[in-house]
Design a protein around this ligand. Structure first.
Ligand code: ZN
Ligand code: ZN
Length: 345
């Protein structure tokens, strides 16, 4: 594996431990090649040697660089410093990044480009709260947060939507705390389908600020409704596996309705958690009804995602109708406060 690194702006120093290997500026290029558990560092003119880790440190604030695999097309732009470590058959790229630069990148990846400006403030505050609350989640691997859905999706710096940077700056330092001044678990999802869910229905942990909210703002957006049909054969096979005392029923007792969100599907005294059923049948949400039609089982559902906390499409609709970010956050997270993180320390 070989990586190409080039500054987009400003000057970077390339270190390995305490030794400075070289300085690189705009239009310079270095390559980092994985060879036998080490990284070989080369510029166009020179080979610097093989090292366990390499640090590429910005000399100024606002510096950015681009990094791409030599055999790939995808180029990632990163703010601030980049550390590259050699591992077992792999290179790990760690971006040591200012929190607001990180938050702007996450907001771009998690929200896209078409939301109203006020909504970007909401997403900034949720992503910042989540990032600080989850700091050190990957401590054992040598970094704080990964760039996948496991933590928060991050595809590099916020490049394409300047409004995101402005929203992050306008809310800089602001986080959400509960009534005992603890950072909240700022859960959010795409669309709640008209009602959000209890935290404990999804993660077993009860959180007093993550309670059902009736949401009329998201019900006419995309993802609001979905349907999935499975064969009776697959359904019965599933129930045999999931219930203790399965016997073929005589009438259509499979039907199941959720005028309000429930936590379980019940049959013959057995309970199947809706979260489990969602996973097993790859359903968009747990907010569904079940009906039987001849040899078919029809799931008709509302919403998309786990349904807990803030509903993104509802919040986007509220923001476009003129509600402030404070009002919207208070609508989905009950009894929380907005504070500057520096006041908590
Ligand atoms: Zn992670
Ligand atoms: Zn909603």
């Amino acid at each position: 594996m070989r990586l190409l690194v080039a500054p987009v702006s400003d000057v970077y120093s390339v270190f390995t431990g305490d030794s400075l290997l070289t300085l690189i500026k705009r239009n310079d290029l270095i390559s980092l090649t994985y060879i036998n558990d080490s990284i070989e560092v080369k510029s166009i003119a020179q080979t610097f040697g093989k090292f366990k880790s390499v640090q590429i440190i910005a000399l100024e604030k606002l510096a950015t660089l681009k990094i791409k695999p030599a055999d790939g097309k995808t180029e990632t732009h990163l703010d601030d410093d980049v550390y590259v470590n050699s591992g077992k058959n792999s290179l790990t790229i760690i971006n040591h990044v200012d929190i607001d630069n990180y938050v702007a990148g996450v907001v771009e990846a998690e929200t896209g480009y078409s939301a109203p400006d006020e909504y970007y403030k909401i997403q900034s505050i949720m992503c910042r709260t989540f990032a600080i609350e989850s700091e050190g989640k990957h401590k054992a691997e040598g970094y704080d947060l990964c760039d996948r859905e496991h933590c928060q999706v991050f595809k590099g710096r916020n490049n394409r939507k300047p409004e995101i940077k402005l929203a992050v700056a306008a809310t800089s330092g602001i986080v959400l705390v509960d009534s005992s001044n603890k950072l909240i678990f700022a859960a959010y999802h795409s669309n709640c389908g008209g009602q959000t869910d209890y935290s404990e229905n999804v993660w077993k942990t009860e959180r007093h600020y993550l309670k059902p909210v009736i949401d009329s703002f998201c019900v006419s957006s995309r993802n609001a409704n979905w349907e999935k049909i499975i064969s009776m054969k697959d359904w019965e096979k599933y129930l045999v596996k999931q219930t203790k005392d399965y016997h073929k029923p005589t009438d259509s007792i499979y039907c199941f309705y959720q005028p309000q969100r429930k936590s379980d599907y019940e049959l013959f005294g057995s309970k199947i958690a809706l979260t489990e059923m969602r996973k097993d049948f790859k359903l968009s949400s747990t907010f569904f009804n079940i009906e039987q039609n001849a040899d078919k089982i029809i799931f008709s559902g509302r919403g998309s995602g786990h349904g807990v906390g803030l509903c993104q499409q509802g919040a986007i609709e509220m923001a476009s109708r003129g509600y402030s970010y404070k009002k919207i956050l208070g609508y989905y997270y009950k009894g929380v406060r907005l504070v500057n993180y520096s006041q908590l320390k």
